[in-house]
Design a protein around this ligand. Structure first.
Ligand SMILES: Nc1ncnc2c1ncn2[C@@H]1O[C@H](COP(=O)(O)OP(=O)(O)OP(=O)(O)O)[C@@H](O)[C@H]1O
Ligand SMILES: [Mg+2]
Length: 243
C-alpha cells in the first residue's frame, strides 16, 4: 500500500486536477484498488469524478472516530476507484485535530484503509495546518504541481521547507511543472531550467474534465494530456518501487 499526497500551499495550481487524473491512472492503468481522499471542503475531486455529494455534511465524522471511513466512501464510475468525499464540514478539521491533540489520527485511518486499498491519493487544500501536517506524515510521496515561471525552483524550495517543517523524516517530494505552454517564453525558460521535472501541459482537454466530469483518460485517452498523466503516474510508481 502506498499513499500519495498532492500538495501545495498555493491555490489554483492544479492539485485537484492532478489528484483526480492520477487516481484514475492508478485504478485504470495500474489496476490498483485506489481511494481518492478529498480533503478540500469545495469537493472538487468528487465533482470531477461525476460523484454527487450526499445531502448531509458528514466528511468530518471520519476524523471524530464516530464512524469508520467505509460508511462515507462512495463508488465511482470506475470499478477500482473509490472516493472519500469532502464537504463544508471539513473546513475546520485542522483546528479540531489541533485541539484534541490526536497527532496520529490520519495515520490510523490510513492504516485501517490499507486493508482495502493499494493506493490512497490525497487532494489537499492549499493550507498549512494540523491536517496538512498529518497528511505529510502519512504520505509516502508528495506531488507538488508548480506553474512554470523563472521562480518555479524557488517556489518548490518553499514547499519543501513547509513539508520539512511538518515533521522529522519528511517523505520524498516530486515537483511537476503544471499547465506548461511551450509557446510562452517564460514557460520555455522554466522547462529548460528544470529539465528533469515531469510535465503536465496546458491543455483544453484538461479544462474539459470539468465539463465531462471525467478524468481526461476516460474521454480523450489519446490526447497529449492523457499521455502526460499516464507518464507521470508511471514515474510515481517507479519512485514508490525505489522505497
Ligand atoms: N494542465 C492544465 N491545462 C488547462 N487547465 C488546467 C490545467 N490544470 C488545471 N487547469 C485548470 O486550472 C484550474 C485550477 O485547477 P485545480 O482546481 O486543479 O487547482 P487546485 O490547485 O486544486 O486549486 P485549489 O487550490 O483551489 O484547490 C481549473 O479550472 C482547472 O481546470
Ligand atoms: Mg483543489
Amino acid at each position: 500500500m502506498a499513499t500519495i499526497a498532492v500538495y501545495s500551499v498555493k491555490g489554483g495550481v492544479g492539485k485537484t486536477t492532478f489528484a483526480v487524473n492520477l487516481a484514475w491512472c492508478a485504478a485504470q492503468i495500474s489496476r490498483r484498488r485506489t481511494l481518492l481522499w478529498d480533503l478540500d471542503a469545495s469537493n472538487g475531486s468528487g465533482f470531477l469524478l461525476g460523484v454527487d455529494p450526499r445531502k448531509k455534511r458528514t466528511a468530518d465524522t471520519v476524523f471524530a472516530a464516530e464512524r469508520g471511513p467505509d460508511k462515507l466512501i462512495q463508488r465511482t464510475a470506475y470499478p477500482t476507484l473509490d472516493l472519500l468525499p469532502a464537504d463544508e464540514s471539513i473546513r475546520t478539521i485542522g483546528r479540531q485535530l489541533d485541539a484534541i491533540g490526536k497527532k496520529k489520527r490520519l495515520a490510523k485511518l490510513v492504516e485501517t484503509l490499507s486493508r482495502d486499498y493499494e493506493r490512497i491519493l490525497f487532494d489537499c487544500p492549499p493550507v498549512l495546518n494540523e491536517l496538512s501536517t498529518q497528511v505529510m506524515r502519512a504520505a509516502d510521496l508528495v506531488i507538488v504541481p508548480l506553474p512554470p515561471s523563472p521562480l518555479s525552483a524557488r517556489a518548490f524550495d518553499l514547499v519543501v521547507d513547509e513539508v520539512r517543517g511538518s515533521g522529522k523524516g519528511h517523505p520524498p517530494i516530486l515537483p511537476v511543472l503544471s499547465m506548461l505552454d511551450m509557446r510562452r517564453a517564460l514557460h520555455k525558460q522554466a522547462r529548460e531550467a528544470n529539465g528533469n521535472w515531469p510535465v503536465v501541459p496546458l491543455a483544453s482537454a484538461i479544462e474539459q474534465c470539468a465539463v465531462e466530469r471525467k478524468p481526461v483518460g476516460a474521454f480523450a485517452p489519446r490526447s497529449a494530456a492523457a499521455r502526460a498523466f499516464a507518464h507521470l503516474w508511471a514515474a510515481i510508481e517507479r519512485k514508490l518501487a525505489e522505497k
